[in-house]
Design a protein around this ligand. Structure first.
Ligand code: 8YV
Length: 324
């Protein structure tokens, strides 16, 4: 890179990554760590050669219509990029990159955490213990649901879905069903010990736990709706570490209230950071504030991956994680 490109980083990133960015680029950091907002994003697109956003930055067609426009690269911090209109970006000559692979394990670990917490009433039990409500051990106290040996249905069999399958199968001897628009080769499925379902409906009907690992937006919007909750067995749980919009949150509340499903473990929500009030009141719902990739190791690796992509881009190469 002959002259240092100007980059605007929309949120605070781990210190080691910000340090590398400061060395390589003319960098603007967001000391306040407040989202820039639509106008701030439009201004940033007019000022910088590259924008490094996160899931809290809606880069839709309207924002990407910014004038003047200087940015040639959007280096997203995260694998999911449904907050970016990649087509609109392409039409404006902006390359978009993401950060796959480096967050696969952390996200699958968190999905398994939520599954276990929901099944074993861990959130409820923790609240109970902290509140000083525990009167002592007894055989019928807070009985949960056995996880080992049950059937897990995975929607979206990409990297994270497969990592979840591996954990569930090897760690918890679960039977694994999956649904994906592009099913894997049956020989590979046999090696992985997973069974394909032809439809999401079939998967939800047969699963004790349904875990979502598909991208958000587009045709996956509200994939889990009232009809699909009604198809799930009454003892089944929903786990969502994908995107909030994959679940119709109002329909989920109704299904839980009606006892159509047994509980849920949620890391993502339709209108983050807002969470539907009714969910907060339910003891059979475990909630986390979008922590899927939130380990120090992973967040550093994600940031470094954004930087690697940007370095390649400004050296005139194709970044390894170009998505459009
Ligand atoms: C990120 C995520 O923390 O990578 C993703 O798609 O959902 C999370 O791991 C978030 O998107 C940051 O932008």
């Amino acid at each position: 890179m002959a002259t240092k490109p100007k980059v605007i980083v929309t949120r605070r990133w781990p210190e080691t990554v910000e340090h590398r960015i400061a060395v390589l680029f003319e960098a603007v950091f967001n000391e306040a760590d407040e989202p820039l907002g639509r106008e701030g994003l439009m201004a940033a697109l007019g000022e910088a050669d590259a924008l490094f956003p996160t899931v809290t930055d809606p880069l839709d067609a309207e924002v990407l219509a910014a004038e003047p426009l200087k940015a040639k690269l959007i280096g997203n911090f995260g694998v999911g990029f449904n907050h970016i209109d990649a087509k609109a970006a392409k039409a404006r000559g902006i390359t978009v990159t993401n950060t796959p692979e480096v967050l696969t394990d952390a996200t699958a670990d968190l999905a398994m955490t939520l599954l276990l917490m929901a099944a074993r009433r861990a959130g409820e039990g923790e609240r109970h213990a902290r509140a000083g409500e525990w009167t002592g051990w007894r055989p019928t106290h807070m009985m949960g649901t056995q996880v080992t040996g049950k059937t897990l249905g995975i929607v979206g069999f990409g990297r994270i879905g497969r990592a979840m399958a591996e954990r569930a199968r090897q760690g918890f001897k679960m039977r694994i069903l999956y649904y994906d628009r592009f099913p894997v080769d049956p020989e590979i499925a046999a090696v992985l010990g997973v069974e394909a379902c032809a439809t999401v409906d079939e998967l939800v009907e047969k699963s004790d736990f349904v875990s979502l690992h598909c991208p958000g937006g587009g045709e996956n919007t509200r994939l889990m709706n009232a009809e699909r909750f009604a198809r799930m067995p009454r003892h089944a749980f929903l786990i969502n570490t994908a995107r909030g919009d994959v679940v119709d949150e109002a329909a989920l509340v109704e299904a839980l209230q009606a006892g159509e499903i047994a509980g849920a473990g949620l890391d993502v929500f339709e209108a983050e950071p807002k969470i539907t009030e009714a969910l907060k009141a339910m003891d059979n719902v475990v909630m986390l504030p979008h922590l899927g990739s939130a380990t120090t190791e992973t967040r550093v690796a994600m940031g470094m991956r954004v930087v690697d992509n940007a370095v390649a881009f400004f050296e005139g190469k194709t970044p390894q994680d170009k998505v459009s």
